[in-house]
Design a protein around this ligand. Structure first.
Ligand SMILES: NC(=O)c1ccc[n+]([C@@H]2O[C@H](COP(=O)([O-])OP(=O)(O)OC[C@H]3O[C@@H](n4cnc5c(N)ncnc54)[C@H](O)[C@@H]3O)[C@@H](O)[C@H]2O)c1
Ligand SMILES: [Zn+2]
Ligand SMILES: [Zn+2]
Length: 360
């Protein structure tokens, strides 16, 4: 079958091959025929070494498809089920799962680096984060496949798998954006636009989008931003909207120390700054010791939108069905797997919100 392979960290291109195979399905696992996969910035970050990946690897972690084979012992899924791929499955039984932070469940993390479900020339090959949705088929742990209703189009469903869950979850689960509050969002890609939608759903009165790219700012408004500015114009808008005090909630959705600091600085005293972007391990952010005390800001990260996957995927789909979460509009480009490298170029050039690769 066809799949897009990263041979070495640092490679600028994936190799699309048609001779990839998978292992047999195995106990507790399912085989999925991928129908659609979004292209997330984290795929690019796996290529450039920001996010660890065991190579060679099939990239892609934001997908949806159909269960075509079920391994021994699988109880929750059957052949023919439609599923969204979850790149960080939750066991439901560990300390984090039972204490209200299931997004931090590490029960299956080891599998992503120990179970190689793909094969290349007879050698084992990993899938990104235990997934690998840039492939016609993949093998997943049962816990990593979340069943959805069959009327949900696969392209729409695929977006839930990473960007939309992360962004909407950052606003609703992590920040707990309040009705009437003010919000600033740095970075208006697929994840940033999902933060904007989450803030709109939560009832924020003011949502300021920040990006360098004009077209991104137009899109941000389409998804609920009340104001959209270039980074250099933020100070003026902050002054105008908040009297200089800053926003109740600041979101960083880029993955760089400079924008993390900028989001923190744009947040008001006592407000909340959420780091959604994934930056490099060696990229250090510094804060004044006095500032941390004096301004009493809440600074936190969010992993996968601080999700509870089996609660949140159905909620996101309910919001979509109710016309309150625009998923179709986020898909600004559709392409085939052969054009995956072109997708990274378009993303880097700021020409798209989300691109979805579909398989016939
Ligand atoms: N927390 C998580 O679990 C999680 C999950 C998925 C993605 N992410 C991360 O979220 C980030 C965004 O992902 P995406 O797919 O939306 O990326 P994207 O490339 O589509 O969008 C990033 C946006 O940031 C803008 N940008 C770049 N530098 C900027 C700056 N200095 N100021 C303002 N805007 C700037 C770009 O123009 C672009 O519009 C990435 O770091 C990704 O790895 C995190
Ligand atoms: Zn767990
Ligand atoms: Zn992602």
């Amino acid at each position: 079958m066809k799949a897009a392979v990263l041979h070495n960290v640092g490679d600028e291109r994936l190799e699309v091959r048609d001779d990839i195979t998978t292992t047999p399905v195995g106990a507790g696992k399912v085989r999925i025929r991928i129908k659609a996969t979004g292209v997330c910035h984290s795929d690019l970050s796996a290529m450039n070494g920001t996010i660890p990946v065991a190579v060679p690897a099939v990239l892609g972690h934001e997908g949806a498809g159909e269960v075509i084979e079920v391994g021994p012992g699988v109880t929750s899924l059957a052949e023919g089920d439609h599923v969204v791929v979850c790149w960080s499955p939750q066991c439901g039984a560990c300390h984090d799962c039972v204490n209200g932070q299931p997004q931090l469940c590490m029960a299956y993390m080891i599998n992503a680096f120990s179970d190689a479900h793909f094969q290349l020339g007879g050698n084992p090959m990993f899938g990104m984060a235990g997934a690998g949705t840039f492939a016609e088929e993949l093998i997943l742990l049962e816990q990593g496949a979340v069943r959805i209703d069959k009327d949900v189009p696969y392209d729409v469903a695929s977006l839930l798998g990473c960007g939309v869950m992360t962004g909407v979850g950052a606003a609703i689960n992590a920040a707990r954006v309040e009705p009437g509050s003010s919000v600033v969002v740095f970075g208006c890609g697929g994840v940033g636009v999902s933060v904007i939608q989450g803030a709109r759903i939560a009832g924020a009165a003011t949502i300021v989008a920040v990006d360098m790219v004009d077209r991104k700012l137009e899109w941000a408004k389409q998804f609920g931003a009340t104001h959209a500015v270039k980074p250099e114009d933020l100070a003026g808008v902050k002054q105008e909207l908040t009297g200089g005090a800053g926003f109740d909630f600041g979101f960083e959705v880029v993955g760089r120390s400079e924008t993390i600091k900028a989001a923190y600085d744009a947040t008001r005293r006592g407000g909340t700054t959420v780091v959604v972007g994934v930056g490099r391990a060696e990229d250090m952010v510094s804060f004044s010791a006095f500032d941390l005390f004096y301004n009493e800001k809440n600074l936190r990260g969010t992993y996968y939108g601080s999700d509870n996957i089996r609660r949140d995927f159905p909620r996101l789909l309910d919001l979509w069905r109710g016309g309150r979460l625009d998923l179709e509009g986020m898909i600004t480009r559709r392409l085939g797997l052969d054009d995956v490298n072109d997708a990274f170029a378009s993303m880097a050039a700021g020409e798209v919100v989300r691109q979805v690769i579909t398989f016939d």
